[in-house]
Design a protein around this ligand. Structure first.
Ligand code: SAM
Length: 233
């Protein structure tokens, strides 16, 4: 099967990204969570889709796991690289991370620098687009993935839409993982409603939730943290 990077870029585009003079900065949130190793070990996925990449923390972690586990795979990263609204409204250190130049974020350069430093530029495929736009592109190319990580806009309507859209790109046995379940009300409500609407198995561990048509806790050997678990009927 043709790799997404070949469809989009004719090969891994970060191999020749110019990161001269860009400072490395891999700050992020919970990107070394055990759920990633469990999911990659179980599925050995040829393709992981990540919606919301920021500086690359979780994508790089998954790419490094692919390399360690000998998986011939690819992590496709869908992000505008413009940051979330809270970077402008709530948290000064997030605004600094945007690295505004002439008023426009240079976050993508930080991401590219981090990917280059980690030596996984052959495994990471950027798709600079809104989550809706990225979905349309991946759908156009008939992409199907075993593991999809949703960590973009955290507001209820946006999460619900991302779950709806990207679920249609998920393989029948695959899993959707969402970040910030139990921490962001919009994520929690959207993921619970989604699990119920599609009668999915779901298991929460710390801030992440895995949703699947299969018994995902058993498949991944994941123990629920006791706050939310759902079995399909
Ligand atoms: C929480 S960060 C992702 C963190 C990353 N997964 C990690 O672990 O380091 C959220 C990211 O989603 C992106 N984002 C927010 N809304 C988006 C949208 N509608 N479409 C695409 N990307 C979006 C932001 O640009 C930001 O980089």
């Amino acid at each position: 099967m043709k790799r997404v990077c070949d469809h989009l870029h004719g090969g891994p585009p970060l191999l020749d990204a110019d990161v001269e003079g860009v400072a490395p900065d891999l700050s992020g949130w919970g990107f070394d969570h055990a759920i990633f190793r469990a999911a990659l070990t179980h599925y050995r996925p040829r393709l992981v889709i990540e919606v919301g990449t920021w500086k690359g923390g979780s994508a790089i972690h998954m790419a490094q796991l692919m390399r360690e586990l000998g998986i011939d795979g690819e992590v496709v990263c869908v992000d505008t690289w413009l940051g979330a609204p809270i970077a402008w409204t709530r948290e000064p250190q997030l605004k600094d991370s945007l690295r505004l130049a002439g008023g426009y974020p240079q976050l993508y350069a930080t991401f590219a620098r981090n990917v280059r430093d980690a030596g996984v530029e052959d495994l990471i495929t950027p798709l600079p687009a809104s989550s809706d736009g990225g979905y349309a592109v991946l759908k156009h190319f008939g992409v199907v993935a075993d593991v999809i990580y949703i960590d973009g806009d955290h507001e209820y309507a946006a999460v619900r839409r991302d779950l709806d859209n990207y679920f249609s790109l998920l393989s029948p046995q695959g899993t959707l993982i969402a970040d910030d379940f139990g921490c962001w009300p919009g994520v929690t409500q959207a993921a619970k409603e989604f699990a119920e609407a599609h009668d999915l198995y779901a298991v929460k561990q710390r801030e992440k939730i895995a949703l699947s048509r299969i018994d995902i806790a058993a498949a991944l050997g994941l123990e629920s943290d006791g706050h939310y678990e759902r079995r399909a009927a």
